[in-house]
Write a protein that binds this ligand. Sequence first.
Ligand SMILES: C[S@@+](CC[C@H](N)C(=O)[O-])C[C@H]1O[C@@H](n2cnc3c(N)ncnc32)[C@H](O)[C@@H]1O
Length: 275
Amino acid sequence: MKLLMKDRKRAVYAFGKIRDTVKYRLKFAHFPYIAKALLTERSRVSGGLNILDVGCGPGNMAAFCGDLKGSKWFGVDLWEHQLSQASEKQVYKDLFQVNLVAGLPFRDNSFDVVICNEVLMYLPNAAEVLREFHRVVRSQGKVFVYNPISWIPKTMARLKALWRRVYQEGESVALDGQSNWKSARRPCRIKYYSFREFIREVEASNFQVVAVTGFRLFRNRIRAMTRLENYCWYFRMIRFLTFRYPFLAADVLVVGSKKGFSSGNVTELRQRAAA
Ligand SMILES: C[S@@+](CC[C@H](N)C(=O)[O-])C[C@H]1O[C@@H](n2cnc3c(N)ncnc32)[C@H](O)[C@@H]1O
């Protein structure tokens, strides 16, 4: 009888654990945040939005956010393989093979929203690329830039440069679109920002920062930590901390509007995201 109770308890505990776990809960926590913010942007314009997904990769962001009532998604990436995966998602109106090091091949004021999810860190000319976002976004438009930040950016950059010298023969930036991002020699993270530096970089490109939200507390490749990130209680705890104190976070999302054309504010965006 005792044994049965023990087994039952174990089963209930195990079931609770399974129910409580969702893969990559924290890693993609910014996806629903951006999706809600896009719905807000969508409600502000009469037709659909023109959205540019910079460094779209396999198109996960667009696939997650979906069509948004008549909006058009455009994606750019350097790697053919990423672009063909993005095309399979059947969300993009058009995809372009572009090396961001050379800027964006679009006319001024072409997009209502520019999304740049985990891409700036690979670029040697991040400041120039941010100015390109300013050029192509419309006056009432928004940029959503999601990027890792570090408490010790200079040390991290030096360590990465050393690591690159030893293992990658100094190569850091991909200048050709080889076929497979995962297996090919690819750009590694070269740009490290502190929280303040990152915000200043966005502001220096003539954007007014309207919201800053932190998401993860650690970016790590330790498997046990990644598993921990999938638990609901851990997710809630970290989200509580990083939403209130984004400077503690390892990843931040900065929302900017063109200076002089600000619409929406931090509180409004936060409230919508938390709803
Ligand atoms: C970490 S992935 C992010 C993918 C995507 N934004 C997402 O949400 O899943 C970084 C992407 O940046 C792209 N990238 C890196 N350097 C680039 C460059 N110089 N020009 C264009 N795209 C670049 C890579 O091909 C890759 O798809």
